[in-house]
Design a protein around this ligand. Structure first.
Ligand code: HEM
Length: 209
């Protein structure tokens, strides 16, 4: 088996299935505990589910942002073949997070949801991040790259940096007061974006020299 076939037929499907793990766990646990307040999801299962899905959305988003630096630092080119899948999984978990907010948390009360979006800053910022990720997911196909042209597509997909920052702000604002967890995620995001900034500045300096 060639390296290419091994990645295509074994590693890629394994990553695909593995990424469904968090969803499988929460769906099974919620079902098995019957959403009860004494089950493994704690006293407020809806809040637990919503936060759990948000956590996995930010994790996949940071994993997608980590792909390019890992390639740059290790020379592992093949890792680029997983970037789109990981990015789409981030969007998938964001959609589940949003759905759980709309359906489980707000019971489809659109008036209340609109009030939240316009009045609660962390929801406004979360929505901004969601819209950017939606635009990127919608243009993630090869056909869309062709239609937009490489340059425009690349510029649009730089939106992931803004989405990353907005998500960290969403997380930080949502947890009232100074808390360690959102700071750790923001720190990882800063390192991943900082890597790109340093590379960009070095390239510019080299071009000027
Ligand atoms: C579509 C707009 C969004 C809405 C309406 C929304 C809604 C919410 C709500 C209501 C909470 C707090 C739940 C609680 O009080 O217990 C929350 C937390 C969170 N959201 Fe979002 N969110 C949105 C977008 C996003 C995006 C785009 C991401 C990640 C890519 C994300 C990741 C998170 C994280 C990590 C948390 C904190 C979870 C924790 O405390 O462990 N959200 N979101």
């Amino acid at each position: 088996m060639t390296r290419d076939t091994f990645i295509r037929k074994i590693i890629k499907p394994a990553v695909f299935v593995g990424a469904l793990g968090p969803l499988t766990w929460i769906a099974w646990t919620a079902y098995a505990s019957g959403f009860g307040p004494t089950g493994p999801l704690g006293a407020n299962p809806i809040e637990y589910i919503n936060r759990y899905l948000g956590d996995w959305a930010i994790r996949f988003l940071l994993m997608a942002l980590a792909v390019t630096p890992i390639r740059g630092l290790t020379g592992l080119k093949d890792i680029m073949r997983f970037r789109r899948m990981i990015g789409l999984y981030a969007f998938f978990y964001v959609c589940l997070h949003l759905s759980s907010y709309i359906g489980l948390d707000q019971f489809f009360d659109w008036g209340e949801i609109w009030k939240d979006i316009t009045k609660r800053n962390y929801i406004t910022v979360g929505m901004g991040s969601f819209l950017i990720l939606a635009a990127m997911a919608a243009t993630s196909t090869k056909g869309m790259i062709k239609r937009l042209g490489g340059k425009r597509w690349t510029t649009l997909h730089k939106g992931v940096y803004v989405a990353g920052i907005a998500t960290c702000v969403h997380f930080y604002m949502m947890r009232k007061g100074v808390q360690l967890e959102p700071i750790i995620y923001a720190g990882i995001c800063a390192v991943l974006l900082g890597y790109r900034l340093v590379k960009h500045l070095k390239k510019k300096a080299a071009a000027r020299a």
